[in-house]
Each structure stands twice: as C-alpha cells, then as structure tokens.
Design a protein around this ligand. Structure first.
Ligand code: ZN
Length: 132
C-alpha cells in the first residue's frame, strides 16, 4: 500500500511524463506545492519502493510498476472528476477529488466506472440532480 502522499507524487510524475515526456523535480514541486528538497526526499522513498528510477543528474523514470500505478491513479482522478461533474459539485471540486480519491480502490473504481457509463447513457435522469 502506498501512502496518500506517495500516491500524489506518483500521479503527478505520471501526468508530467504523459504531458511532457519527462518529470523534473522543479515541475513536481510546482505541481504539488511543495519544496524541491521535499520532492527529492520523496523520490528516494519511491525509488526504494521500486516505483521510479532516480538519478540525480539524469532525471526520473517510472518503473513498469510505477507506470502501472500512475496509470491507475490518473484514471481514478479523472473518473472522480467526471463523477463530481455529473453530481454538479461546484465549490472546490478539485479539492474534493484530491481528498476522496485516496479512499477509492480498484474495486470501487470499477463500480464508479459502471455508474458513469450508465449515467452517460441516460443523461436525462441526472439533469434533475444538477439543476436543483
Ligand atoms: Zn489526484
């Protein structure tokens, strides 16, 4: 099991890698609103867990295990965004996702995915929820 904090890092590294092809300490720090030394410390932990390979002057690469974790974490984040969007949460929706995502395991995510597929096939049912 990864800590919530580790999950945020792996998700961020994965995002950056998908978007830019690489993740640098400074980008991770910006993204997570932490200091570069805090990032460096966490990178050591992630490397010991075999999630990334980190060489100080060569950069950060996700291992296949890290990449699989990152893919799951990003998908989870995106599905929860869709859920929050459908429910019509407006205030601090991003913070809500950041807060609850860590408690959703693969099993629960599958259920949410099924629910979203159902909702998206029958959008009329959920118009009521949104407009209240
Ligand atoms: Zn997230």
């Amino acid at each position: 099991m990864l800590t919530h904090c580790m999950e945020d890092y792996v998700e961020t590294i994965y995002r950056l890698q998908v978007r830019k092809g690489y993740a640098r300490v400074i980008d991770i720090a910006d993204h997570l609103n932490v200091t570069p030394p805090a990032v460096t410390r966490m990178l050591g932990k992630l490397a010991r867990r075999n999630l990334i390979v980190y060489e100080k002057y060569r950069g950060i690469a996700l291992t296949s295990e890290g990449e699989a974790a990152g893919r799951f974490l990003l998908e989870r984040h995106q599905l929860l965004n869709r859920l929050i969007e459908i429910i019509g949460l407006q205030d601090a929706a991003e913070l809500v996702v950041e807060g609850i995502e860590h408690y959703i395991n693969r099993d629960n995510l599958e259920r949410i995915k099924k629910f979203l597929d159902l909702v998206e096939r029958h959008p009329e049912v959920f118009k009521e929820v949104k407009s209240e």
